[in-house]
Structures are given as structure tokens and as C-alpha cells.
Write a protein that binds this ligand. Structure first.
Ligand code: C2E
Ligand code: CA
Ligand code: CA
Ligand code: CA
Length: 276
């Protein structure tokens, strides 16, 4: 009855209300974030697993809210996706990453995260082409990271959009591999350059979880047989590095090799690397 359920709803309603209110406030602020210049990019090093040399950076977006401070992309990217703001934000990220990377002396590679929503717009190819031509960044230095969830929605043309981006000369990597919907069919249909193995597997493997070790080994073998590289994500310790290197991962990324850096520090790291 209504009475019986009343207490239950009373207990949860204020919490739900707060979440909705917080979302509403953040969404309004996010609409102005671009115009107010509140977004910037950090760059996390990606390193060759064996030689330890820098191969490139992953660009990670940051939002500094004037009152709330830095808000994690884990929080505001899903919000931007829901509020249909991910297209303009994603476009800003692409343009900024290409411009900043093109101004560096060193030809390191830049990886940019792309939301599924962006790929369901055929105009995305033009956005990428313009970011490249306006910045002068060679296409082969731009890598786009997409997650398996891109392939969940059918008939929306994301696969064709990815094909056309590869035709521009960009590289493609499959992010967070193993955490989402998995069908291996698209691995043969889309031309990925690399597979990024999620931190959850790296962590479990270094703790000796046999299933995680077996999965990493299988992903590395699969990637190798398809001519793709593998990047182990979220490597935090020397032990984790040794583990994933031993399992044959070609690249590594994580706090052990470097946190996401402000653009000037990333540029300095790249030029230091070059002089060695
Ligand atoms: P992601 O693409 O999987 O990026 C890796 C995340 O792991 C980053 O979090 C990075 O700072 C964090 N990380 C790196 N190394 C380590 C480590 O050793 N240990 C741990 N615990 N974490 C590590 P961040 O920057 O907070 O980004 C979170 C997510 O937000 C990203 O996950 C990505 O899905 C999304 N994101 C970030 N920037 C963008 C963007 O420009 N566009 C879109 N669409 N999504 C973005
Ligand atoms: Ca990523
Ligand atoms: Ca990832
Ligand atoms: Ca992730």
C-alpha cells in the first residue's frame, strides 16, 4: 500500500533529490565552461614497456569550476554526454590537443579520448580533419581512443566513421578493453593499432590472480596475431610493470611512469627524452 512504501521513499528521496540538484547545477555550469575558458588538458606519458622510452601522451580533460575547483572527467564527461554537450567539448579537446602537440619540437604521439556519442555524428570526420589541418599536426601522430561501447549501438554508422578517420591516417586504440560489452567480431572489422588493457586486470594479475594473468596473456596473443600493440593501463608499481612486461604488453601507462602533467611539463618531458 501507499503507507507501507512511504517510509522507504522518505528514506531515499532526499538523497535522490540532492543528486538531481547537483547534476542540474553542474550541467548549467558545464554549458558555460567552454566559453569561460575553464577546461584544459593534462598529458599522461605512455612508455615502451621494454626500453622505458616515451612513445607519446594521452590527453585527459580537466575542468576547473570557479567555486567547486577541479571536477573529475569521470564525473563531468558522463554528464556532458547526457546533456548533449560532449560534441562541443570533444571538439575543443581535439583541437587543443592537436594545437598543443603540433607546437612541440618532438614528434611524439597524442592520444585523445572520443565518446561514442561523437562517433554517431558523421560530421566527426570533418572535425578531425580540420583539427589536423588547422594545427598542422601530421595525422599519424594523432591516436583516437574508443571503448567497446561504441559497438553496442547498431546501424548508427560509428564503424564507418572510424574507417574514415583511419583513412585520414589517424591511429585507433581500443580503450578499457575487457570491461564492457565484448564481441570479438568488430576487432577484425575495425583497424585498431592497439588494445589498452584496463587497470583492473593489471592490478589483479600483479596480485597473482590466475584468471587475470590468463586474460592478459590471451589479449596479448590475440593482439599480436592481429598485428596490434597492447598498452597496460594504470601501472602503479615496479612489480606491476614487471608483470605486464613479462606477459608481453608492448606499452605501459600509469602513475609509476608519470601522472597526467600540465602541458608545459609534458612538453619539457618530451624534449628531455629526445636529448637522451
Ligand atoms: P581513461 O581513458 O581510462 O583514462 C585513464 C584514467 O586513469 C585517467 O583518469 C588517468 O588519470 C587515470 N590513471 C592513469 N594512471 C593511473 C594509475 O596508475 N592508477 C590509477 N588509479 N589511475 C590512473 P582521468 O583523467 O580522471 O579520466 C577518467 C576518464 O574520463 C578517462 O578514463 C576517460 O574515460 C574520460 N576522459 C578523460 N578525458 C576525456 C576526454 O577528453 N574526452 C572524453 N570523451 N573522455 C575523457
Ligand atoms: Ca583513454
Ligand atoms: Ca582506459
Ligand atoms: Ca578507464
Amino acid at each position: 500500500s501507499k503507507d507501507a512504501g512511504g517510509g522507504v521513499y522518505h528514506a531515499y528521496e532526499p538523497q535522490l533529490h540532492m543528486v538531481a540538484e547537483e547534476r542540474r547545477v553542474l550541467e548549467i555550469a558545464l554549458r558555460n565552461a567552454l566559453a569561460n575558458d575553464e577546461l584544459h588538458l593534462n598529458y599522461q606519458p605512455v612508455v615502451d614497456a621494454v626500453s622505458g622510452r616515451l612513445t607519446g601522451f594521452e590527453a585527459l580533460v580537466r575542468w576547473t569550476h570557479p567555486e567547486l575547483g577541479v571536477i573529475s572527467p569521470a564525473k563531468f564527461v558522463p554528464l556532458a554526454e547526457d546533456a548533449r554537450l560532449i560534441a562541443p567539448i570533444g571538439e575543443w579537446v581535439l583541437r587543443t590537443a592537436c594545437e598543443e602537440a603540433a607546437s612541440w619540437d618532438e614528434p611524439v604521439r597524442i592520444a585523445v579520448n572520443v565518446s561514442p556519442e561523437q562517433l554517431h555524428n558523421p560530421n566527426f570526420v570533418t572535425v578531425v580533419a580540420q583539427a589536423l589541418s588547422q594545427s598542422g599536426l601530421p595525422a599519424d601522430r594523432l591516436e583516437l581512443e574508443v571503448t567497446e561501447s561504441v559497438f553496442m549501438r547498431e546501424g548508427t554508422g560509428a564503424v564507418q566513421v572510424l574507417d574514415r578517420v583511419i583513412d585520414l591516417g589517424c591511429r585507433l586504440s581500443l580503450d578499457d578493453f575487457g570491461t564492457g560489452y565484448s564481441s570479438l567480431g568488430y576487432l577484425s572489422r575495425t583497424r585498431f593499432s592497439s588494445i589498452k588493457i584496463d587497470r583492473s586486470f593489471v592490478q589483479s594479475a600483479s596480485k597473482g590472480v590466475r584468471e587475470a594473468i590468463a586474460i592478459i596473456r590471451a589479449v596479448v596473443a590475440l593482439a599480436q596475431s592481429l598485428g596490434m600493440a597492447t598498452t597496460a593501463e594504470g601501472v602503479e608499481t615496479e612489480e606491476e610493470h614487471r608483470m605486464v612486461e613479462g606477459l608481453g604488453c608492448s606499452k605501459v601507462q600509469g602513475y609509476y611512469f608519470g601522472r597526467p602533467l600540465p602541458v608545459e611539463e609534458a612538453r619539457a618531458l618530451a624534449s628531455h627524452e629526445r636529448r637522451d
